[in-house]
Write a protein that binds this ligand. Structure first.
Ligand SMILES: Nc1ncnc2c1ncn2[C@@H]1O[C@H](COP(=O)(O)OP(=O)(O)OP(=O)(O)O)[C@@H](O)[C@H]1O
Ligand SMILES: [Mg+2]
Length: 183
């Protein structure tokens, strides 16, 4: 019998369980090898991509995002049973959606970790830091997802960031002249 789905904290968990549900303004997905290196790379990818899209992240939010991605990626690599892990990142102006999908249909079991417990803390940390979280079953495995609130975005920050990026990209690059001395 399949394990009961784990509850998230928000009432609209089921709705948000569908990644890239159309209300997101930005979204992307990476396929990462199910290896330890992905555990280091995935958190940095997520934070860098959000900043690249022009979202303002304060230090605490960036740290929470990194930690959640690190925990769910570690679990997908350790328990996922496949060669690849898919990391999905989607964002609206006030919320970020993160999900790792793996190839195992085994459902994670979240525990209330005690201080002295060395293991069993990953999903507890996710539950503590996320606005909501849950499990999304797929035909070939499952996704473990979490949402994180973004700090208030400074007025026009998003637009200004994109404009600055365009300006920087369109600036003429310095010409490099190579002088060759002919003997
Ligand atoms: N993606 C997954 N697929 C299958 N089982 C999972 C997955 N993620 C977690 N689990 C199961 O749920 C348990 C709890 O996961 P959790 O991340 O909370 O703790 P842990 O991985 O055992 O230890 P820690 O994260 O503290 O190193 C795991 O021991 C594992 O049995
Ligand atoms: Mg874990």
């Amino acid at each position: 019998m399949p394990a009961a789905p784990l509850p998230g904290r928000a009432s609209d968990d089921q709705v948000r369980a569908a990644p890239l549900d159309g209300s997101d303004t930005h979204g992307t997905r990476w396929l990462l090898p199910a290896e330890a290196s992905s555990v280091r790379v995935a958190p940095e990818l997520a934070v860098a991509q959000l900043r690249c899209w022009g979202f303002y992240l304060d230090g605490a939010t960036a740290q929470n995002l990194r930690q959640i991605v690190s925990e769910i990626t570690t679990n997908a690599v350790l328990y996922g049973e496949g060669q690849l892990v898919a990391l999905t990142l989607a964002a609206r102006h006030e919320e970020v959606f993160l999900e790792t999908m793996d190839s195992s249909t085994v459902q994670p079991v979240s525990r209330d970790a005690a201080d002295e417990d060395e293991n069993g803390r990953g999903l507890f940390i996710v539950r503590t830091l996320a606005l909501a979280w849950g499990i999304h079953n797929t035909p070939h495995g499952k996704g473990v997802w979490a949402t994180v609130g973004l700090p208030p975005q400074p007025r026009d920050y998003h637009r200004r960031e994109l404009l600055m990026r365009l300006v920087r990209a369109s600036r003429p690059r310095p010409q490099i002249h190579v002088h060759q001395t002919v003997a």
